[in-house]
Design a protein around this ligand. Structure first.
Ligand code: ADP
Length: 529
């Protein structure tokens, strides 16, 4: 379908009442209207839904939207119905419908009234539904929250893995639209592969949130007092405090209350009525602070959340990004403060110990990134964006000075020789080690793996003994972020050379290194450097 710009603007105005497209929306919509497979990566709140809703309303036939959460589907259907006189314009097809409801949905699709049909991936495994949809005119199929297809995403849903086969059965030529707010290159690759849409037009928005300030503090035994102090300094502002356990949520909410802060707890252990009440209190500003587990936040659209505190460090950078992303939606100030202690990492590792091995490996690799993020002293924004496969200019980029590391920079020193030594070791060992064993090789500590590769007999074994493990670990991370090395995700973190790294060995240039923070959780409120 070929449309001109005025038609698109008119349709946007007519259906949604908006006068302008945001960011990449228009390009995405054109691609969908051209019947191309299309892949959309945009941060939460970026306006992904409109990318498929508008073309669905404009095209002949029904668009199928696969979505993982019934609550989200219902919200969307209600929103679409509110813009049309025709109730049947959007429907949900799921197992909760009775026979006559299913009949009504089918009738509306057959008569061409239904433009958007929301389904859970489980529903698409039903023969009856697949057979029915096969016989209908389908405009395209959108897979929302497409990262659920990847074990490397934060919400892996095995049912998503069957989607490709089902889509094929409904119709070989149906264009597929994948949408996600998870930006890591590995997840993106998995989505394209699993949905069989290697040829997709990809649209990726920047994940930079220039108005968010990132800060990590050491988690000492005074953490609660520190949080109270912070919240009181920001009194009257809305904020979320995330804790790992329900018990901690309850305790901290109470401690805040006792200290005169209007705070409410929120976690999945509370009954639905209390949860709804506390959520409303927060939205209506009867409570300033919600202390919550990660159960809180999905679909919450409060634009003026001024701070997000992590009492416990999250289990991945994606979770951290999603959760901190709830601050400053209106473009105003958003302070993201996380407390970090290595003990918490060990706790999270322990939680995983009963899980299947592959899942543990993934969980461990994701946690290592969190450690690197917490301990790094380079620009936190640069670190996050690098993690999402995005370049960031830490001097001139938008929001460049918005983190603790940039505001209080540590001294840098020339590490040209050390960088070269490290890169040489990666190269000479044949790019087979993860960072820990690279460091062991440099500092001359052998173990079974190192012995099995005879690395301990090489002349470079122990060549970096003059420096401590921590130093080499920090240098490895900085060389990764700078692009001299890359981490192979498939192997859960083997370090490989890049072209830039190889060039550095042959003609080394200056490499200014900052040492990582060393947090000592036994001390009160101090960072030892
Ligand atoms: P996402 O799915 O990417 O998290 P949503 O689709 O929920 O984001 O959109 C976030 C908000 O932005 C919604 O309230 C939506 O109505 C609004 N929005 C989307 N596109 C536009 C636009 N072009 N102009 C104004 N508001 C928009």
């Amino acid at each position: 379908m070929s449309v001109n710009e005025t038609d698109l603007q008119d349709a946007l105005k007519k259906y949604f009442g908006f006068s302008q497209f945001r960011g990449l929306q228009e390009k995405v919509i054109k691609s969908i209207l051209d019947k191309q497979n299309t892949f959309v990566i945009m941060p939460t709140g970026g306006g992904k839904s409109l990318c498929y809703q508008l073309p669905a309303l404009m095209c002949k036939g029904t668009a199928i939207v696969v979505s993982p959460l019934i609550a989200l589907m219902k919200n969307q259907v209600d929103a679409i119905r509110s813009i049309s006189a025709e109730e049947g314009i959007a429907h949900v097809l799921n197992s909760s419908l009775n026979k006559s409801e299913v009949k009504k949905v089918k009738g509306d699709i057959e008569s061409g009234v239904t433009k958007l049909l929301y389904v859970a991936p489980e529903s698409l495994t039903k023969e009856e539904y697949v057979d029915f949809l096969k016989s209908q005119e389908i405009s395209f199929l959108a897979v929302d929250e497409a990262h659920c297809i990847s074990e490397w995403g934060h919400d892996f849903r095995p049912e998503y893995r069957n989607l490709r086969n089902i889509i094929k059965r409904i119709g070989e030529d149906i264009p597929i639209i994948g949408l996600t707010a998870t930006a890591t290159p590995k997840v993106q690759e998995d989505i394209l592969k699993n949905l069989g849409m290697g040829n997709a037009q990809t649209f990726k928005a920047s994940f930079n949130r220039p108005n968010l300030f990132y800060e990590i503090r050491p988690k000492t035994k005074n953490v609660d007092a520190d949080i109270i102090r912070f919240v009181k300094q920001n009194s009257g502002k809305s904020g979320i405090v995330y804790c790992l356990s329900r018990k901690r949520v309850e305790e901290l909410a109470q401690t805040l209350e006792v200290n005169g802060v209007k705070a409410v707890p929120y976690h999945a252990g509370l009954d639905a009525k209390t949860r709804a009440k506390h959520q409303d209190m927060f939205l209506m500003e009867d409570a300033d602070v919600v202390v919550a587990t990660i159960a809180f936040g999905m679909g919450i659209d409060k634009p003026d959340v001024r701070f997000v505190i992590h009492h416990d460090i999250p289990k991945s950078i994606e979770s951290y990004y999603q959760e901190t992303g709830r601050a400053g939606r209106d473009g105003g100030e958003g302070h993201c403060l996380a407390y970090y202690s290595y003990k918490d990492i060990e706790k999270l590792e322990k939680f995983m110990s009963g899980k299947p091995v592959a899942e543990q490996e993934i969980g461990h690799a994701l946690l290592q990134e969190v450690v690197a993020f917490a301990e790094t002293s380079i620009s936190r924004r640069k670190f996050i964006l690098h993690y999402f496969g995005e370049e960031f200019d830490e001097v001139h980029g938008e929001g460049a000075d918005m983190d603790d590391n940039v505001r209080n920079p540590k001294k840098k020193h020339e590490a040209k020789d050390e960088a070269r030594l490290l890169l040489e070791v990666v190269s000479k060992t044949g790019e087979i080690y993860k960072s820990k064993d690279l460091v062991n090789t440099l500092t001359g500590k052998s173990n079974a793996l190192i012995i099995s590769h005879k690395t301990h007999q090489q002349d470079f074994f122990g060549s970096g003994k003059a420096k401590e493990d921590k130093y080499w670990m920090a240098l490895t991370r900085q060389l990764l972020v700078a692009g001299y090395l890359k981490k192979d995700i498939e192997t859960y973190g083997i370090i490989r050379m890049t072209k830039e790294g190889k060039d550095f060995i042959t003609s080394p240039s200056s490499f200014m290194m900052t040492e990582d923070h060393i947090y000592d959780e036994t001390k009160d409120d101090t960072i030892i450097t």
